[in-house]
Design a protein around this ligand. Sequence first.
Ligand SMILES: NC(=O)N[C@@H](O)C(=O)O
Ligand code: NI
Length: 165
Amino acid sequence: MRTLKAEPLTPDAFAPFGDVIEASADARQISINYGNTTRFHDLAQLALTADGGKAGVSIFRSSPLDGPITVKVMEYHPKSSQAFVPLSGRPYLVVVAPKGPFDASKMRAFLAGPGQGVNYHAGTWHHFSLALEDVSDFLVIDRIADDDNCVEHELSADEQRVVSF
Ligand SMILES: NC(=O)N[C@@H](O)C(=O)O
Ligand code: NI
């Protein structure tokens, strides 16, 4: 089976897919709370309220997949963005593909550090959260609504990839 090599997660590399949420030197930094706090300001472009949705905060507790990490399913949310911020101090994997008709040849994998969150823009293909090393919690900011806002694609054998990192 073909492999997909994970790249380091950087804002520039991830820009076609969404935002990287991290306290980086490149972020706009605002000193607040009488100088006791630095606000890394406005890090992600959230889109959560289309069609009557509301912004929601949840925690996802994800278990590492057994065996080699193989991309077998991808999904996207047509109506909203979805952000994942790691809470467990461990790295994790992110697998994405550009908006539009799914194209396995355009899949990208990223190795995210424990201090890096991601915000998938609406329509960005992504794999569900891929924890590494141990069960990991993620703070998730996404759209809460009773409608269907998730399109899934089951990859054919030719489309499937084993993620190497
Ligand atoms: N299903 C669900 O709420 N989560 C997925 O959208 C995901 O990206 O993990
Ligand atoms: Ni999702």
